[in-house]
Design a protein around this ligand. Sequence first.
Ligand code: ATP
Length: 193
Amino acid sequence: MTQPLLCLTGLVAGWQVPATRPVDLMVAAGRIVGLTGANGAGKSTLLAAIAGRARVFCGQLEKKPDLRIGLQTQDVPPLSGLPLSGRDVLALTAASADGLPPWLADCLDRRLDRLSGGQRHYLALWAVLQAPAELLLLDEPTNNLDAQGVRHLAQALRTRADAGCGILLVSHDAGFVNGVCDEVIVVEAPDVV
Ligand SMILES: Nc1ncnc2c1ncn2[C@@H]1O[C@H](COP(=O)(O)OP(=O)(O)OP(=O)(O)O)[C@@H](O)[C@H]1O
């Protein structure tokens, strides 16, 4: 059996205080696992804890030794205010333009602040997808994407997984999650105290 890249057992993650219920999940190489659940259930917090940005309160978080993780957050890319083109961003992140959808490839020489929200989002996401990571953590990757963008993303994720990457993604887009994920886990909201 393939060695898991990531295994959570009864993991409670949070910030100053716990923000999730105990969560169990496993991500193996080549698998795409989706997390869904209500607003505030703690899905982004779980990704942050796996990436070492949020606290683990209890339970176990086991990662393959020296696991290389790529993280896409819902934050606006910090480069947006700089006079950089899309092509500059790809160069800065060592990402290739090969395989980009035409609606993004055709405007790579525009400054970032002249791109649409969806174009800017997909450019940043594309850079993360091309990172030399073994595990990708993606937070609402379909945000701002239209139907053809979502289809392109789904294909790109499957190609990445087929090449041996594990993917854990958070999404409220049920059609996307059910279409692309090998397994879907519903994260229950913690009790309000
Ligand atoms: N950086 C932070 N510092 C402190 N608390 C935070 C931080 N980020 C999130 N939280 C809190 O953690 C809880 C879970 O939020 P989180 O964003 O993980 O939920 P979510 O399931 O991803 O929600 P959504 O579906 O709305 O994106 C919320 O109560 C939120 O206020």
